[in-house]
Write a new protein. Structure first.
Lengths: 118, 109
């Protein structure tokens, strides 16, 4: 159990367009989902924390108007990269915490989305 | 994650044991985690340890925690080619996880 699915797994878009990435918890409900960004050969950097039914909490330095997060249901969070630029090219990974578990409980990660902006 | 440090590379012969080390800075961390990332994929939780434990064993995996030195290690016994991946340690800081830069483990025949 505890499967997190991301879609798409990779996407190429032109500079100036917007891209939406979906993160779904397939077999559990997730009140909290997290969005990370990973640069090549580097660690994961938390971008924002997404809580179902409320506004996302963004980490310092992350532009909330550029990276729009919506967590409209207990099984789906979306990240939209607006007006994408080549420097937004990265690997984006989401994770989810099962509803009802403490904040210390392990997170389950999706397989990531490779975004390339040309 | 500047708060969590790991060596970047480890090469090990198939069948030998691998030991991946990690140091962290937040003494209030309650849980520490090991994740595995295969090429182009997300993170897979391998194991985790609560801060009041010294050791946890799960099949081929052994986690050792030295809370005094803020040192965490992951030992993989009988390392297989399928163990080649990047291994991240992570500590719980309040509501979020802080990750190390990852250790790339290469298993050679």
């Amino acid at each position: 159990g505890a499967v997190v699915s991301q879609h798409p797994s990779w996407v190429i878009c032109k500079s100036g367009t917007s891209v939406k990435i979906e993160c779904r918890s397939l077999d559990f409900q997730a009140t909290t989902m997290f969005w990370y960004r990973q640069f090549p050969k580097q660690s994961l950097m938390l971008m924002a924390t997404s809580n179902e039914g409320s506004k996302a909490t963004y980490e310092q330095g992350v532009e909330k108007d550029k990276f729009l997060i919506n967590h409209a249901s207990l099984t789906l969070s979306t990240l939209t990269v607006t007006s994408a630029h080549p420097e937004d090219s990265s690997f984006y990974i989401c994770s989810a915490r099962r509803q009802g578990l403490s904040y210390n409980s392990p997170l389950h990660f999706g397989n990531g989305t490779r975004l390339t902006v040309t | 994650g500047e708060d969590v440090e790991q060596s970047l590379f480890l090469s090990v012969r198939e069948g030998d044991s691998s030991v991946i080390n990690c140091t962290y800075t937040d003494s209030s961390s309650t849980y520490l985690y090991w994740y595995k990332q295969e090429p182009g994929a997300g993170l897979q939780l391998l194991t985790y340890i609560f801060s009041n434990m010294d050791m946890k064993q799960d099949q081929r995996l052994t986690v050792l925690l030295n809370k005094k030195d803020k040192h965490l290690s992951l030992r993989i016994a009988d390392t297989q080619t399928g163990d080649s991946a990047i291994y991240f340690c992570a500590e719980r800081n309040d509501y979020k996880l802080s990750f190390g830069a990852g250790t790339t483990v290469t298993v050679r025949a």
